[in-house]
Design a protein around this ligand. Structure first.
Ligand code: SF4
Length: 360
């Protein structure tokens, strides 16, 4: 859809945490792949965002970016249809972040629910940093830079999109567009209808967020060490499934269980076909099947989903330069859009680079 004038624009990013796990796939990546058929997609690796919490050690940052990119391509993100880039390769994000930070009241940032939540929950790192408080402003810059129509988010991220909308409104109010004869979407082409403001307000695109437990039953997360990676080979994946927690009521093989309170049951609901889910449901509740058998069916479903991804990944692993080149091409494309936006921003703020007496 890239290049289609009618297609609405979608933007989303992911922090470079290294190899991705099934939770990343279910919560974001799998949805992104489907969006490519309907939207003009911009996806970026948010390496500056990673610094807001992991600023002290950058030794693995670049390697982690490369791993994320390999997983994106493996999952089916297609450079012909999506613009993929690394945030720090587009320095205009930093410029817009700085300008937005001048007009964003502190109170707006202190009210962001994830800010309070993370300050309370992440105690092993000092998060009393300017960058951590300001990261929703950086997010606003990421989104508004590309004038995204939609931002795919889970329920918990909706306040961030709302903050982005507020920042856009505030900017538009302070700095209405000057000399606005060009459309940002059609570089260089005069358009009949002029828009009196620089930034449109993006809408959240609520993505279905299936509950995906890790092997210990808590939310799948690298920080809990309970993940199933998209790259896990079949023997390792089956091993992880074998040790996965189950309904605690099923102590003995003869005890009936309940798939609705079992993490393995949750995996079946997401990944197994209806016929298997029916067998799990009946067999678990009647103690007609054992957990070992049930887990092997879940492993079968995961293997059939992950195998094609792993095959696709191999092509890029054998030639890592190829993935990096795709990122560089995406960065070049993103950079052109970003510079168009920044030219409008500078002009609206009367900070353009033109000679001040031009036209006299
Ligand atoms: S049979 Fe399956 S769903 Fe039921 S408790 Fe065992 S692993 Fe969980």
């Amino acid at each position: 859809m890239t290049g289609s004038v009618q297609a609405k624009r979608v933007l989303s990013g992911m922090r470079p945490t290294g190899k991705l796990h099934l939770g990343n796939y279910v919560g974001a990546l799998g949805n992104w792949v489907g969006m490519q058929d309907h939207y003009n997609c911009f996806f970026f690796i948010a390496d500056w965002h990673a610094l807001t919490t992991d600023y002290a050690d950058t030794s693995r940052l670049k390697e982690n970016c490369a791993e994320v990119m390999l997983d994106w391509l493996a999952a089916g993100l297609d450079p012909e249809r999506s613009t993929m880039f690394i945030q720090s390769h587009i320095p205009q994000h930093a410029e817009l972040y700085l300008l937005f930070s001048m007009i964003t009241p502190l109170g707006w940032l202190e009210r962001v629910p994830t800010y309070k939540e993370q300050r309370e929950n992440i105690t092993e790192k000092d998060l009393g940093m300017h960058g951590f408080l300001g990261y929703p402003v950086l997010q606003a810059a990421d989104i508004l830079m590309y004038k995204a129509d939609f931002v795919p988010v889970g329920e918990d991220q909706v306040p961030h999109v709302e903050l982005t909308r507020e920042i856009a409104r505030r900017f538009n109010q302070f700095y209405p567009r000057k000399n606005h004869g060009r459309s940002p979407r059609d570089s260089g082409r005069e358009v009949a209808e002029e828009v009196p403001f620089v930034f449109p307000e993006p809408q959240p695109l609520l993505t279905p967020s299936a509950k995906l437990p890790g092997t210990d039953g808590r939310k799948m997360s690298k920080s809990y060490g309970n993940t199933i990676l998209l790259t896990d080979p079949e023997p390792l994946l089956r091993q992880k499934l074998k040790t996965m927690v189950t309904d605690p009521a099923r102590v003995r093989r003869t005890d009936p269980g309940n798939p609705d309170v079992c993490p393995v049951g949750d995996l079946h609901k997401i990944f197994s076909e209806a016929r298997i889910n029916a067998q799990v449901n009946a067999g678990c509740r009647s103690a007609g099947i054992g957990c070992i058998e049930c887990k092997s069916w879940a492993a079968d479903a995961l293997v059939s989903i992950l195998n094609p991804l792993q095959e696709r990944r191999k092509k890029y692993e054998h030639n890592p330069r190829l993935a990096w080149d795709i990122l560089e091409q995406g960065s070049a494309r993103a950079s052109r859009v970003a510079e168009e936006t920044m030219a409008e921003v500078r002009q609206a703020m009367q900070m353009s680079r033109d000679f001040p007496c031009a036209g006299r």
